[in-house]
Design a protein. Structure first.
Lengths: 255, 304
């Protein structure tokens, strides 16, 4: 377990030294701050505009980081062969994968917390405060980042960085379309199309379950039971994806 | 020395590049063709399709189309003829429909539609009322928890459409929501009484009285129940007076005459402590309180 924590710590240190994290964080913070100006164009919907832009920026930045870095910390290392010195030490492949993932998720959570803090400040300047649903939405976004990071590591475990990134982005987009995929399956007249659509519906992560942005901006309350079960679903999915990644990565020939 | 020269040359080249860029910008601006007026319109993708393709960002798209409609509204001037205002009205309603198509829970869009869509023109016509009422009916279905939905719909139904029973029902929905001001319920009963739905008005007022827990609120609702009972009595007296005239060929002189003729079971008790008076023209009134009426309605408007 100490190997996992060591690798997680190293991952955090590596990523903190990189420029991608800071540039994306700065861009997101500026975007959230800019929502204060956009809100002035509207009539009586300041809270909604700021919150929508803030949570939207948080999701885009987090998803980008989760996928780009998630792919980079595994597939990038394999491509550059920098993984070999690490694995030459008494570090198992599962510990490497898990450590990379945990370090990345920690960084994504800190990143989300910083953006949420900026959002809180901007809302405060406009005379508002974060509601409970907004906090639940932000928490579930962090779970979504974990799912995306696990999916990125999974694809990175057997593919090239570009392909793995493409697959992970496809998962992100399809994951938000899953309710419509279900509707398609229900309405489809073709039995084969219905079966395939239903299979994909159950196989792919339903990221809309982790999407409470609209509820937060419409100030609609969400039960804690729902938030916990959705978060549990997301974490379980991430665990399954990561286990699959470890399984594939353990058997991969890195030579 | 050569290094200083190189540095100097670099600085001069840099300054020259900046000056050239500035001069060319001014030149390009002077020669630029006239700008094409951009039309603020909704995206070509239907709202329900766009909702799916937003990948979870549909409330942000709803904000965007609402902002567009807010920017569009000032283009419609009060003295604009209908043929010029029409295209703006159509774009406005399409943008707002789009907003609530992609985010059906968007209270701000429904509220803006209620105030922005209906507008009167100089020739006595009112445009956008039916569209706004349609959107607010959707708003009432999607967000029954927000009392503004029922209130705004009730306002449109009573002020423009003069459908008082429907307005009373919309306001009754609004009055039942937490946070609604106490006068919404009172207004609902007034509209119901005006629309002839006295039983609806009385039931609502009695329900509100039963759940009122402050002395002042209880008093207001007790007054309204009394006034509705008075209205019920006055209508019964007027109905009996009408039948009396049909039977005897002459108008009844008093309420007592109606009781003597067997047209009323007894002289009704005026709930405010006064008594009922039958006028020569067959109308009845109370000596203690005014009847419920809705004022300020305009029957001459042509609604679209």
């Amino acid at each position: 377990m100490s190997a996992v924590l060591t690798i997680a710590g190293n991952t955090v240190r590596e990523l903190v030294r990189g420029k991608l994290l800071y540039s994306l964080l700065l861009f997101t913070a500026l975007f959230v701050a800019g929502s204060l100006l956009v809100a002035q164009l509207t009539i009586g919907n300041w809270f909604r505009i700021i919150l929508d832009m803030g949570l939207g920026a948080m999701e885009v930045a987090g998803a980008l980081l989760a996928i780009v870095i998630g792919v980079g910390v595994v597939a990038g290392e394999i491509q550059r062969k920098t993984i070999l010195p690490t694995l030459a030490k008494p570090v198992s492949r599962w510990a490497f994968c898990l450590g990379r993932f945990l370090g990345l998720v920690f960084l994504l959570t800190v990143n989300g917390a910083v953006i949420l803090l900026v959002l809180r400040v901007v809302l405060g300047l406009a005379g508002y405060t974060l509601n409970a649903t907004a906090l639940q939405a932000a928490a579930l976004l962090c779970v979504e980042f974990a799912v995306l990071a696990a999916v990125a590591v999974l694809f990175a475990s057997f593919s090239t960085p570009i392909l793995a990134g493409s697959y992970a982005f496809a998962f992100f987009f399809i994951g938000h379309l899953l309710p419509d995929l279900r509707t398609f399956a229900e309405r489809s007249r073709s039995g084969a199309a219905r079966t395939v659509a239903q299979a994909f519906y159950h196989l792919l992560p339903n990221l809309e379950l982790l999407n409470l942005k609209s509820h937060a901006s419409n100030e609609l309350p969400v039960t804690a039971a729902y938030a916990w079960s959705a978060a549990g679903y997301g974490m379980a999915y991430a665990a399954v994806a990561l286990a699959l990644a470890i399984l594939i990565f353990s058997r991969r020939d890195l030579g | 020395m050569s290094s200083a020269l190189r540095n100097g040359t670099s600085v001069i080249a840099f300054a020259l590049a900046i000056a050239t860029a500035g001069a060319l910008r001014v030149s390009a601006q002077a020669r630029a063709p006239a700008p094409v007026e951009s039309e603020l319109d909704i995206p070509p993708v239907p709202g329900n399709v766009a909702r799916a393709l937003c990948f979870g960002f549909h409330s942000l798209l709803g904000d965007f189309t609402l902002l567009q409609s807010i920017q569009l509204l000032p283009q419609r001037k009060g003295d604009m003829p209908a043929e010029l205002a029409g295209p703006i009205d159509r774009r406005l309603s399409r943008l707002l429909e789009y907003s609530v198509d992609v985010d059906p829970k968007f209270v701000g869009a429904y509220r803006f539609a209620a105030s922005a869509l209906p507008h009167e023109t100089l020739d006595g016509k009112v445009y956008g009322v039916l569209k706004a009422a349609h959107l607010l009916q959707q708003g009432l279905r999607e967000r029954p928890d927000d009392w503004h939905m029922g209130f705004l719909l009730g306002f449109l139904q009573s002020y423009y459409l003069r459908d008082f029973p429907a307005a009373a029902r919309s306001l009754a929905v609004a009055a039942a929501q937490p946070g609604s001001p106490p006068w919404v319920g009172l207004l609902s009963t007034r509209l119901a009484a005006q629309g002839g739905e006295l039983q609806l008005a009385t039931s609502l007022a009695e329900a509100m009285l039963a759940q009122a827990n402050e002395d002042e609120t209880r008093k207001a609702w007790q007054d309204r129940v009394d006034t509705l009972h008075m209205e019920r009595d006055l209508r019964a007296i007027e109905d009996a007076a009408q039948r009396y005239r049909e039977m005897k060929g002459v108008p009844a002189r008093s309420v007592r005459a109606l009781v003597s003729a067997g047209l009323l079971p007894g002289a009704p008790l005026e709930p405010h402590g006064g008594h009922y008076v039958l006028e020569g023209d067959g109308t009845a009134r109370s000596t203690a309180a005014e009847r419920l009426r809705v004022y300020g309605t305009n029957e001459n408007l042509e609604i679209h």
